[in-house]
Structures are given as structure tokens and as C-alpha cells.
Write a protein that binds this ligand. Structure first.
Ligand SMILES: [Zn+2]
Length: 113
């Protein structure tokens, strides 16, 4: 469950940003989680309530934006959807896909009072 540590850092970053802005209440935060990031969104959701307790984020809604994996073949340039276990080009079978998206793990938005 390394998601607990990840969730805690997301909460810390959001709280620091809120404090820097002089905000005392955060209404919601939006987090991008890529399919290739190795982070399970459900586990982050699960950890969030405990991690946000007694912070400026207590009671704030957590919105998770799941980013699908996309890759591009370095041989034939075909773009395809990829997950954590498929790194093979569906067109030519080459195992050398450049990852275009899906490794994201970041706080993208924060709604404050
Ligand atoms: Zn290919």
C-alpha cells in the first residue's frame, strides 16, 4: 500500500498550496492518475479520508481523473492504447513503445472557499 504515502504527499502539497494562498478551506482537489503510474486510484480514494483528516482538506472532495496509457511504436510509429502489462506494438509486434501518456501522478486542480 504505497498509495498511503502517495496520498499523504498529495494532501501535503495541496495543503501547502492552500496555505500559501491564504485559504482556510479546500472544497475539492483533482488528481490525475495515469494507468501506467503504478498507483491504484481506488487505494488513493481509500487512503484519502484518513490522510486528509485534521488538515485543510478535511471534508474536501477528491476527484480522480484517470489517464489511460498511450504508446507509440519506435519502429512503425503506430499509436496504441497500452496498460502496465502490454508493451507490444499491435501493428508490427515490436517491443519498444515510447510512452506518450499514462505515467501522470499530479495534483491538477484545487477548489477553495
Ligand atoms: Zn510497430
Amino acid at each position: 500500500m504505497h498509495e498511503v504515502g502517495i496520498t499523504r504527499s498529495i494532501v501535503e502539497i495541496a495543503e501547502k498550496t492552500a496555505r500559501d494562498q491564504g485559504t482556510t478551506k479546500v472544497l475539492s482537489i483533482t488528481v490525475d492518475i495515469g494507468a501506467l503510474s503504478g498507483v491504484v486510484p481506488e487505494a488513493v480514494e481509500f487512503a484519502y479520508e484518513a490522510c486528509s483528516r485534521e488538515t485543510l482538506l478535511e471534508g474536501a472532495r477528491l476527484i480522480i481523473n484517470q489517464i489511460p496509457g498511450r504508446g507509440r511504436c519506435q519502429k512503425c510509429a503506430t499509436e496504441s492504447d497500452i496498460d502496465r502489462y502490454t508493451f507490444e506494438c499491435p501493428n508490427c509486434g515490436n517491443f519498444g513503445l515510447e510512452i506518450l501518456q499514462g505515467e501522470e501522478l499530479r495534483l491538477t486542480e484545487m477548489e477553495v472557499d
